[in-house]
Design a protein around this ligand. Structure first.
Ligand code: ZN
Length: 426
C-alpha cells in the first residue's frame, strides 16, 4: 500500500502565501511539525534523547527534521532535501534615495532573477531583523503584506527600441514607494511595523515579495500560478511526504533537510555546503549510543533524494528542450540526470526513486538538459559530497522558473508528495 499524504494544490498555495522569505518557510514548516508532535532542539545544547522520537533543528533559513522509530545506532537514513530560498529583489544596506521627486528604495537581485517579471508588481517586504537585546541580540521576523514598493517599467515610447529595454541589475530595479524630494527611511518604517526601536536594529536580511495570491488557473483549474514554486513546491510536497512517512517509519529513519542559499551557491553556515546535515545525522547516531563507526555505517546504508523543481517543456520554445526528453506538466515527478553532475543522480539513486514511484503508483518522467545549453544545479551534488550518500535529483515540472510568478501542474503536487513519501519509507 502506498503511504498516503495530504498534499494538495490548494495546500501548496496556502503554504507559499504564508512563506514570503526563507525564514518564513522555516516558520511555516516548524509550525506544521510542532502540530504533529515534533520538538525543536537547540543546536547549542547536547541532545541526550534525540535518537528516537520526533525532532527538528532550525539554523536561520534552514531546517532539518527527523522521526526516529528505531534505536539501532548504525541504522540507515532516507533523506529528502530541498531549498527554502528563491530568487528575488533584496534590500541594500544604504537603502533610501530621492530621485526626480520620487522617494526610492535601493534593491539588488538575489540569485538568478528573471528581472522583467518583477516590474509593475505591488511588492511587500519580509525577512528578519537582528535587534539589540540587552547586551546581546535577538532575531525578529518581519512581514509587511502591503503594496509598499513598485519597480516601474520604462514606457515603450522611451525605450531604445520598441521591444523594450535590457534591464541592468544596478540601475533598473530600484523601487518607488512615495513622492517627495527628501528620502524617507525604509528601515525606520520596517522597525516600527516590527514593533522594535529603529536604533536597536543592528542587521537585516530583508527582501520583497509579490502580493498577488497564489491560485489555481486554466480552463480546468489544473495549473498552479504562484511565486517561489522553485523550490517551495518541493518544501511543501517534501513536508507532507515527511509527515506521512513519520507515521509509518520503521528501521530506516526519514529525514527532511531544507537549506537556504541554494540560489547563490549554498556556501554559507546554513547552506547545503555547510556541516548542517552531517552534524545533525552524527548527533542522532551519538544520541542512539553509537560512535563514529556507527555514524559512517549509517551513512553507507542511506540514500538522499534532492528535490528541486524541473523544467516542463515550454510550448512556445520547444526547441530549447532536449527533443528525446519532453516533460509534461501533470505528467508526474521528474528524474533529473546530467552527465557532468550538475545533478547528483546516479544509477543507485535512480533505482531508489524509480522503486518509490512504482510503490506510489505515479509515473516517472526522465529529464536531460540540452547538451548545448548550461544546466542549472541543485543541492544534490553538495549533500552527496558532504555525506557520501547515493543521491537522486528529482522534481516536479514547471514553467517560468525564477520568474516572480511561476506555473506548475495541480496534479503534480500530490503525485510528487506520494513519490517522496514512498522514497522515505523503503
Ligand atoms: Zn531550485
Amino acid at each position: 500500500m502506498p503511504v498516503s499524504t495530504s498534499a494538495t494544490a490548494t495546500g501548496l498555495c496556502a503554504f507559499v502565501d504564508a512563506s514570503p522569505s526563507p525564514f518564513h518557510v522555516v516558520r511555516t514548516v516548524a509550525a506544521e511539525l510542532a502540530a504533529a508532535g515534533f520538538t525543536e532542539l537547540p543546536e547549542s545544547r547536547p541532545w541526550a534523547d534525540a535518537g528516537v522520537g520526533r525532532y527538528f533543528v532550525v539554523r536561520g533559513g534552514s531546517l532539518v527534521a527527523w522521526a526516529g522509530a528505531a534505536a539501532d545506532a548504525a541504522g540507515a537514513f532516507r533523506v529528502v532535501g530541498a531549498h527554502t530560498d528563491s530568487p528575488n529583489l533584496r534590500v541594500k544596506q544604504h537603502v533610501d534615495l530621492a530621485i526626480a521627486g520620487w522617494q526610492m528604495v535601493a534593491l539588488e537581485p538575489y540569485g538568478g532573477v528573471l528581472l522583467n517579471s518583477w516590474l509593475d508588481r505591488e511588492l511587500g517586504v519580509s525577512g528578519r531583523l537582528t535587534v539589540r537585546s540587552g547586551k546581546g541580540m535577538g532575531h525578529t521576523l518581519v512581514r509587511i503584506d502591503e503594496p509598499l514598493l513598485r519597480v516601474p517599467q520604462l514606457a515603450i515610447h522611451l525605450a531604445e527600441d520598441r521591444r523594450g529595454v535590457t534591464l541592468d541589475p544596478q540601475r533598473h530595479v530600484n523601487a518607488v514607494w512615495g513622492v517627495g524630494d527628501e528620502p524617507r527611511s525604509l528601515l525606520d518604517y520596517v522597525a516600527e511595523r516590527a514593533g522594535v526601536a529603529a536604533d536597536d536594529v543592528l542587521g537585516w536580511e530583508l527582501m520583497t515579495h509579490d502580493l498577488s495570491p497564489s491560485r489555481l488557473v486554466g480552463r480546468d483549474l489544473d495549473l498552479v500560478s504562484a511565486p517561489r514554486l522553485d523550490n517551495q513546491g518541493t518544501c511543501y510536497a517534501g513536508l507532507q511526504a515527511f509527515l506521512a512517512a513519520a507515521e509509518s517509519a520503521g528501521a530506516v529513519t526519514p529525514v527532511l533537510a531544507m537549506f537556504d542559499h541554494e540560489e547563490v551557491g549554498s556556501q554559507s553556515e546554513r547552506g547545503a555546503q555547510s556541516d548542517l546535515l552531517p552534524a545533525v545525522l552524527e548527533r542522532i547516531v551519538l544520541a542512539r549510543g553509537g560512535g563514529r563507526s556507527e555514524y559512517l555505517a549509517a551513512l553507507a546504508g542511506s540514500v538522499c533524494a534532492s528535490g528541486d523543481m524541473a523544467h516542463a517543456t515550454h510550448p512556445n520554445y520547444p526547441e530549447r528542450h532536449e527533443p528525446l526528453h519532453r516533460i509534461r506538466v501533470n505528467g508526474g515527478p521528474v528524474l533529473k540526470v546530467n552527465q557532468n553532475l550538475r545533478y547528483a543522480t546516479d544509477a543507485v539513486g535512480t533505482a531508489a526513486f524509480a522503486l518509490a514511484c512504482a510503490e506510489a503508483e505515479v509515473p516517472l518522467q526522465r529529464y536531460v538538459h540540452r547538451a548545448d545549453l548550461p544546466c542549472g544545479s541543485t543541492i544534490g551534488p553538495m549533500t552527496a559530497a558532504r555525506t557520501g550518500m547515493p543521491t537522486v535529483d528529482v522534481g516536479a515540472p514547471q514553467l517560468a522558473m525564477h520568474s516572480a510568478r511561476e506555473l506548475m501542474g495541480a496534479h503534480d503536487i500530490p503525485a510528487y508528495a506520494a513519490a517522496l513519501a514512498a522514497f522515505l519509507t523503503p
